[in-house]
Design a protein around this ligand. Structure first.
Ligand SMILES: [Zn+2]
Ligand SMILES: [Zn+2]
Length: 246
């Protein structure tokens, strides 16, 4: 699996590089210079300082950037949206060319970005000394239909390339899975599209980090964190996203 995955991604990278050479290369989204393989040139890629991103003053609960408040934003002080998530760690804000990058990655399938993003997440996880990662799972059938899922790929790179421990603890519910639940379980998960995976892990760590691409309201992450907290022995659930809205 490890080897196959690497061969496949090197082959894709090689083909893209070859194509970028004969087509004159891509232009950098930020500065407009030729960037060959990726949508950002090597200079602009350096704009993504993970250490600085981690130093931004953010709400401990929801991850929103704080201006004058300390530790918690006004909303989280009144009624925290995130109860099961111990810390929300978005890396960059979802604006300007970041929006475009996410679109190219997710919708246009520019998989060369997976390695770029995985590198950023890896740096941040290492700085925070987080070892275990849990991907937000794709809709059932998405990988079959599109050939890939961006979070799945990101987490696989984090595992095979950077050595993080990947725990696929969650699954998206399909209608067949819903049928297997009894009435009470069905009612309690009715708003939730996620369940604990049937995969059994003998030992679970005391803390782990959910990985997603963008955090909008935090409800997806909160649902996932809640399922993990209620059903496992995990004590702390963090969440890291590449981008945060607002
Ligand atoms: Zn550039
Ligand atoms: Zn907050």
């Amino acid at each position: 699996m490890n080897v196959l995955f690497k061969i496949k991604s090197y082959a894709v990278t090689f083909l893209r590089f070859f194509y970028s050479l004969i087509s004159g290369g891509e232009t950098c989204l930020v500065c407009g210079k030729t960037s060959y393989l990726t949508p950002l040139c090597s200079n602009c890629r350096k704009l993504y300082f993970v250490s600085d991103a981690l130093k931004v003053n953010r709400c401990k609960c929801c991850g929103k950037e704080l201006i004058s408040e300390k530790e918690l934003c006004m909303e989280c002080r009144d009624s925290p949206v995130l109860k099961s998530t111990d810390k929300m760690i978005p890396l960059f804000s979802y604006r300007l060319w970041n929006k475009e990058l996410l679109f190219m990655w997710k919708i246009q399938g520019l998989r060369a970005l997976s390695y770029f993003f995985a590198g950023l997440v890896s740096k941040a996880l290492k700085e925070l000394q987080i070892e275990y990662i849990v991907p937000v799972p794709p809709r059932p059938g998405k990988i079959k239909k599109n050939g890939w899922d961006q979070i799945d790929e990101l987490c696989k790179i984090l595992k095979f390339h950077y050595g993080f421990k990947l725990l696929s603890l969650l699954e998206r519910t399909s209608s067949t899975q819903q049928k297997k639940l009894n009435r009470e379980e069905r009612l309690s998960t009715i708003q939730s599209a996620y369940v604990l995976s049937e995969k059994v892990y003998e030992v679970l760590p005391s803390e782990l980090c959910i990985i997603d691409d963008v955090c909008t309201t935090g409800s997806t992450i909160e649902t996932c964190a809640h399922i993990i907290k209620v059903n496992t022995t995990v004590k702390k659930v963090y969440a890291m996203t590449l981008f945060a809205v607002g």
